[in-house]
Every structure is written in structure tokens, then in C-alpha cells.
Design a protein around this ligand. Structure first.
Ligand code: 3PG
Ligand code: MG
Length: 405
């Protein structure tokens, strides 16, 4: 895949950069700016090279029309602080303001366009509609740089279609993320442990399937634990349960043992009567969960066992919290796993916006880990062996150079 250096001299060129600036907000306050920070080096390098940098990104999932709740304005402000330089902001994406601001950009200046998902064409399943919107985006620029790793698994106009309309390359963040994922997939140093959490089994099915052929140990926590426990014949009280995934979970337990993969489920669970920070928490055995309570974290014995396996590994990938870490009574499992990852003598990778926000909220520093990926869905799909449209299109066009590239 082409990288930025393959695009030649960018001085005076209008460079459209797709970044992933999808950060958690509390009103207009950014609660975790990790994705903005991760996007800065590429934007800064382009500006330093004299390019006129036009950043396009999404925030949340607006329904294809402007909704100020999802405005990128606070993100543009944060970007300016981190760059230490002014950042212009267009309150539309391809409208008159975007045209005016991008046309007036000077060499080395940076502009951010309003949330790309305010336009129905961005996420449309209708190729001509998406293509028409990609044409409008392409009109603003001379060159495209794909640097939003967290969205490369989306077949969307600013990720996919745009790459066939302008000379295109991947940015430094996407390059770095792919480098780490290759270390996880091509001959990982062993033992290789994968820790999966989060609420839905159905979200993680593909990756579990694929990892049963690759990992030495698979540790399961988070809300999906209860579907696995139930699949083993245990009662799970009022816990989250995906009935329609029971057979699949059972199948994984059998496959793991047939393949010699250590699939580790928690043996104790922190339960409470209600999903509430103040609900009284107790720890029970995983095979003796009371009817009137729900599981909200893995228990201390399980956390210690998970930590021990993680510390003895040479390669660890972790996606998804072990419990409801936002509530302190149910954060210990996630904290123990994060702590163990910081002790790994080898490669430790935290995957995903939510997991990254969790470790920061729990007081860990980015530098405590080998790598914190900015993409949860994207890194999981990569590990599943799926084709990621945003990368595939760039690979593909390198083999069939288009005019102007
Ligand atoms: C994310 O937050 O995972 C990425 O920014 C992608 O967002 P999406 O899941 O709404 O496409
Ligand atoms: Mg996400």
C-alpha cells in the first residue's frame, strides 16, 4: 500500500485526511481525547510538509442530517490545542462554508470539516448515492490520505469510495496499526493470549472462531460470560444472556478442547440485585449464581487467574472490559486485566476505543502498554481475517493505478 511519502511533494496541495476523531463526549466536553492525540502526528507531518490539510471525520451515529449534538467543533478545538496551531472549522462538510474555507487555506494550514455523517451519502448502502457524495468530497482536494484506522472496516464514502477518486495513500496511524496487527497474526510470539470482554457474544463470534486456530489461551469476561456459563449448564440469574447464541458458545467450548486451546471462563462472579452503582455487591461461585441477582464483573479468583495467564504470555491482545468498569464496585476485574497487561514481557495490545477509554479512566497511561489500538471493530475484523474495505480499496488501486496517481 502506498504511504504518504509515495505521494511526492505535497507543498501547496490540498490533502483530504480521513481521521477517526470519534471521541466520547459529555455534552461538548471530550472525556477521552486518545483518538485526537493519535491523529495528530499524521496531520502535523502533512502541515509541516506544506500541505493544505483538510480533515474529515465522523462523530457518533447521526442519521444523515445535521445534529449539533454530534458536532465536531469541540474536537477541532482540541486538535488546535494539541497541534499548537489554529485549526479552521467548516460547519458543513461539502457545502459553501467547506468550499470557502478550503479554498482559502494557506500552505501548512489545517481545517476540519463538519461531521461527515451529517450527509446521507456517507453511509448509504446505495453505491451511486455514496459515490456522488464521494465526488463532492473529492472536489475539495487534490490528494487523499486514509488515516482513520477505527473506520477502515466501514464501506463508507470518506473511507472507501473517495480512495478511487483521488491519488491516495495510508497515513502513519493506519501504517502503525497494521504493523501491530501483523505481529498478532503472522507468527505471534508464544504463548499468545487473547482476552475478550464486552457484552455481546454475537459481536465476537467471528473473532473467537478465527482465534481458536491461532491463540494458545482465550480468556472470556464481560457480559458474554453468562452465555458461556449457561451453555455449560449453569444458571445465571438476571444476567445478560443471548439465548440464540447458546449452541454457538457450546460449540466453541468443544472446539477449544479439541484444538488444545485453553478457553478460560471465570469461576467466580461479582453480582448485585440491580444494575446500579450503589446496588450491594457480593461475590459468588460462577456455578451458583442466585436467581435474583445479575453478574456485573468477574470475581477476584478469576481476575487473579486471568492475570497469571496474561503475565506468563509473550503476546496479548485484549478487547472489551471484564465488567461494568464505569461503576467502581464492578471495575476490579477490568483493572486486574489492565494491570497484568502492563507487566507483560512481550507485546501487549489494547484494542478498541472503549477498552482504551477504560484503561485511561482507570488511571493507566498509554505508555504502560505495548500498543493501544484506536480501532475496536476494525482490529477485531482484521484478526478475524476479514477484508477491510478501507484498506482493500487502497491495495486494489495500487495494482491498477488510476490516472493522476
Ligand atoms: C468506533 O468508534 O468504533 C469507530 O469510530 C467507528 O464508528 P462506527 O462503529 O460508528 O462506524
Ligand atoms: Mg465502536
Amino acid at each position: 500500500m502506498k504511504t504518504v511519502s509515495d505521494l511526492g511533494d505535497l507543498r501547496g496541495k490540498r490533502v483530504l485526511v480521513r481521521s477517526d476523531l470519534n471521541v466520547p463526549l459529555d455534552g461538548t466536553t471530550i472525556t477521552d481525547d486518545g483518538r485526537v492525540r493519535a491523529s495528530v502526528p499524521t496531520i502535523k507531518a502533512l502541515a509541516d510538509a506544506g500541505a493544505r490539510v483538510i480533515v474529515t471525520a465522523h462523530l457518533g451515529r447521526p442519521d444523515g442530517s445535521p445534529d449539533q449534538k454530534y458536532s465536531l467543533a469541540p474536537v477541532a478545538e482540541r486538535l488546535a490545542e494539541l497541534l499548537g496551531a489554529p485549526v479552521l472549522f467548516a460547519n458543513d462538510t461539502v457545502g459553501p462554508e467547506a468550499h470557502r474555507i478550503t479554498a482559502a487555506l494557506q500552505d501548512g494550514q489545517v481545517a476540519v470539516l463538519q461531521n461527515v455523517r451529517f450527509n446521507p451519502g456517507e453511509t448509504s448502502k446505495d453505491e451511486p448515492e455514496r459515490g456522488a457524495f464521494a465526488d463532492e468530497l473529492a472536489d475539495l482536494a487534490d490528494v487523499f490520505v486514509s488515516d482513520g484506522f477505527g473506520v477502515v472496516h466501514r464501506k463508507q464514502a470518506s473511507v472507501y469510495d473517495i480512495a478511487t477518486r483521488l491519488p491516495a495513500a495510508i497515513g502513519g496511524l493506519v501504517e502503525a496499526e497494521i504493523g501491530v496487527l501483523e505481529r498478532l497474526t503472522i507468527d505471534p510470539e508464544r504463548p499468545y493470549t487473547v482476552v475478550l470482554g464486552g457484552s455481546k457474544v454475537s459481536d465476537k463470534l467471528g473473532v473467537i472462531d478465527n482465534l481458536l486456530d491461532k491463540a494458545d489461551s482465550l480468556l472470556i469476561g464481560g457480559g458474554m460470560v453468562f452465555t458461556f456459563l449457561k451453555a455449560q449448564g449453569h444458571e445465571v440469574g438476571k444476567s445478560l444472556l443471548e439465548e440464540d447464541q447458546l449452541d454457538i458458545a457450546r460449540g466453541y467450548i468443544e472446539q477449544a478442547s479439541a484444538k488444545g486451546v485453553q478457553l478460560v471462563l471465570p469461576t467466580d462472579i461479582v453480582v448485585a440485585p440491580e444494575f446500579d452503582a450503589d446496588s450491594p455487591a457480593t461475590t459468588v461461585a460462577a456455578d451458583a449464581m442466585p436467581d435474583d441477582q445479575l453478574g456485573l464483573d468477574i470475581g477476584p479468583d478469576s481476575a487473579a487467574r486471568f492475570a497469571e495467564i496474561i503475565r506468563a504470555s509473550k503476546t496479548v491482545f485484549w478487547n472489551g472490559p471484564m465488567g461494568v468498569f464505569e461503576m467502581s464496585a464492578f471495575a476490579a476485574g477490568t483493572k486486574a486485566v489492565a494491570q497484568a497487561l502492563t507487566d507483560v514481557d512481550g507485546l501487549s495490545v489494547v484494542g478498541g476505543g472503549d477498552s482504551a477509554a477504560a484503561v485511561r479512566q482507570l488511571g493507566f497511561a498509554d505508555s504502560d502498554f505495548g500498543h493501544i489500538s484506536t480501532g475496536g471493530g476494525a482490529s477485531l475484523e482484521y484478526l478475524e481475517g476479514k477484508t477491510l474495505p478501507g484498506l482493500d480499496i487502497l491495495d486494489h488501486r495500487d495494482q491498477q493505478p488510476l490516472e493522476g496517481n
